[in-house]
Design a protein around this ligand. Sequence first.
Ligand SMILES: Cc1ncc(COP(=O)(O)O)c(C=O)c1O
Length: 392
Amino acid sequence: MYSYSQRLSWSFSSNPLTQLLIQKRTAGVPFLDLTASNPTQCLPGYPHEEIRNAFGQVRDFTYCPDPLGSHTARSAVAKYYRDRGVFISLDQLALTASTSEAYSYLFKLLCDAGDELLTPLPSYPLFEYLAAFESVRTIPYRLRYDGTWYLDMASLRARMNRRTKAIIIVNPNNPTGTFLSQEERSELLNLARQFSLPIISDEVFGDYIITPGAPISTTLAENDSVLTFSLNGLSKTAGMPQMKLGWIAIGGPAQARQEARQRLEITADTYLSVGTPVQHALSDLLQIGAVLQQQLLQRIKQNIAIMDNLTKGTAIQRLYLHGGWSSILQLPRTLTEEDWVRGLLQEENVLVQPGYFFDMESEAYIVLSLITSPDEFREGVGRICSYVSRHS
Ligand SMILES: Cc1ncc(COP(=O)(O)O)c(C=O)c1O
């Protein structure tokens, strides 16, 4: 018999919701997928041709690897920040194949086996896996809701100990869709400085703002007081997850940045995972992505309007959000979250995600993707409303 790593429990059993979904698919039953969040499939006019042209412009495929990313590609990323009023130098940037890979580089950089990372709850469910692969532990701190989401500083502080190696924030958070307020940003930076902890700030949805003018912080990249790692990439900001190019923008005091960069360079040099063609095409891809981003933002706003219109006067409450690609709906507790989600799929042929996927603190919540096609979204939300009215 062979033995395998104990880092993960390697569970292969599928949950009841996935089993039901497989049954529906096998039986050929059409259903409305309100979890769809793949921009390459969600947008009808996806710019395949423009992307092909961007790669067509690439004339030279000589392999001259630079572990942190080519000068041209990093210049394109620096311009991305400059266009947003954030001025960073090329030596503050490290390219990766994806945000997930950026996390793995940073966990290698900051942690030894058994160390701890503070992660927000509710949030993106992949942290546990990414951390387990590096033999480190995620220790959750709470985000709370009182009409808007806020960071529970006491919960964050209470979880710090000598094994804590970094604070992770997701800004805006997925699936809550709320950004850090300016006040939270200064509190967080103060706390991190006090405990000499770096901050990993996942900013992949940072360009999707539906409440312009709100006093929010979109990036930590330009801060010069605490070592910070801002993560972003083509996947969300340019609607191109298939291109496999992300980046880390290192912020903080110059010396800390330099120490971190030198170590990151060794990790990146070990993998050299970002392809040459995508680096050459990056400047053009970001331009194409800027248009895609506007289309996605437009769709997000349209779907929010549809949802608000249909749920008005019902027992469904949409939680407040500033942006991002998801929305959380609170349903009455007449059924459990599991029963709502299974019932919606079984009886209404509507697929949504349950709040527990993201570790919501209580029941009953469902999470919808806001980049789904508006026609499907309207029909799906309509069916949710009628199902809820029959069961509450
Ligand atoms: C908050 C957040 N960060 C990172 C990612 C992954 O991004 P990438 O495709 O760059 O690995 C996702 C994917 O959904 C996400 O929701």
